[in-house]
Unconditional design. Structure first.
Length: 405
């Protein structure tokens, strides 16, 4: 009985050990793959920008006062010269009346000065005639001459005072006209900064009351391009961009300006690249954030490889891949890594083989193949997954998986 128990225990141990051995042995390394493709790659500058109207006019007030009426609101369409707001004109009207009275007073003073000139001139002329016959003294002639000269000077002063008063009247009338706020352009009101009853002060600087966009059917994207990319930006380049409001739409535009003034934010230098955009459907609104791609050069009908294949490096479990030319190769070619790049081609036997290549321009997903023994349709290893399969199992066709024991 004891021998039977011992035999059963030994059999169980052997069975368990065999199970663990074959379980470990049947673990296979599966490879994620991607195909080498032939097509188009665009070398582009990626940036972000803000959508703005091409021309936005700030409408302010030249005079201080209380807003009496507002005739437009946000999104109102306005015409050039249209009244959009009114400042209480009573103080300005009083200033006009006061200036007009000053003009009248200056005119009266000028009239008196003219009469004085005529009178003193007549007296002076008479004294000059009388002094010849000895009827008046020379001192009287001198006095009348002085009086006439003073009268002429007073006339000039009165004339200048009249001009000054008339200038003040023109200023008062102009200020009264400024109380009526008019639109300087045709456009759409995109901002209103005042309400009825609010007091505006124009003492130091002109307060902005409204912002009017001249034409929202033509917009621009002010794009912040990094200093490392700005040398590749040029006028006329095609631009595509998206906005969060319309994620399914791709908008197109064209580079209109590459501005030279730097924009420095926290020691990061960027430059404004202005992109002109057609907005006839009015999908775009001022202030939207745009994810911009500026097309630098387009490569057509080229062999392109997935970037994931360039990043792949065999793991320690990919023993056959390592011996075939991975990081652990012993054939003395490991130093060539610095002179090029390496991808792993999955063969028909399901085993990856290293292929040395030279890559070109990348769009972030694919890279142009400049040199290398690859063709369209080749499967490149992009990663590994671990699975448990029987030794004779194979990955289903078209699933992008290869395996080695």
């Amino acid at each position: 009985m004891k021998k039977i128990v011992i035999g059963i225990v030994l059999a169980a141990i052997v069975a368990f050990a065999g199970y663990m051995y074959f379980r470990k042995d049947n673990g296979v390394s599966l490879y994620r793959t991607a195909k080498v493709e032939k097509g188009e790659i665009v070398d582009a500058i990626a940036a972000t920008g803000t959508i703005n109207a091409v021309s936005t006019v700030s409408v302010g007030s030249q005079v201080s006062g209380t807003i009496q009426q507002i005739f437009v609101d946000f999104n109102s369409r306005v015409r050039k010269g249209q009244v959009i707001a009114l400042i209480d004109p009573r103080l300005l009207e009083a200033a006009v009346e006061q200036a007009r009275a000053n003009v009248d007073n200056a005119k009266a003073s000028l009239d008196r000065a003219k009469v004085g000139v005529i009178d003193t001139e007549r007296t002076n002329r008479r004294n000059r005639e009388l002094v010849k016959d000895g009827f008046v003294a020379q001192a009287d002639v001198d006095s009348s001459q002085t009086a006439w000269e003073q009268a002429v000077a007073q006339k000039r002063s009165a004339d200048a005072a009249l001009q000054q008063a008339e200038g003040a009247l023109r200023i008062a009338r102009t200020n009264l006209e400024y109380a009526t706020i008019r639109s300087p352009v045709n456009g759409i009101v995109i901002s209103r900064s005042v309400d009825v009853g609010q007091t505006v002060a124009a003492s130091f600087q002109t307060p902005t009351l409204f912002s009017i966009a001249e034409d929202l059917t033509k917009m621009q994207v002010d794009t912040n391009v990094d200093e490392s990319d700005i040398a590749r930006a040029a006028l006329g380049q095609t631009v595509t961009f998206t906005v969060d409001a319309w994620p399914e739409k791709t908008f197109t535009g064209e580079v209109a300006q590459v501005r030279n003034a730097p924009i420095v934010t926290q020691n990061v230098v960027t430059y404004n690249v202005v992109v002109r955009v057609d907005n006839r459907e009015l999908f775009l609104k001022p202030g939207m954030t745009a994810n911009v791609s500026i097309e630098v050069k387009k490569f057509s009908d080229v062999i392109k490889i997935p970037n994931a294949a360039l990043r792949y490096r065999p793991t320690a479990k990919g023993t056959e891949a390592e011996s075939a030319g991975g990081r652990r190769q012993r054939n003395g070619k490991g130093k060539e890594e610095a002179g090029g790049q390496r991808v792993h081609l999955l063969g028909k036997d399901g085993k990856p083989a290293p292929v040395r290549i030279k890559s070109g321009v990348s769009n972030g997903t694919f890279t142009v193949l400049e040199e290398g023994n690859l063709k369209e349709g080749d499967l490149l290893v992009t990663g590994e997954t671990q699975g448990k399969r029987a030794a004779g199992d194979a990955a289903p066709p078209g699933m992008g998986l290869g395996r080695i024991r």
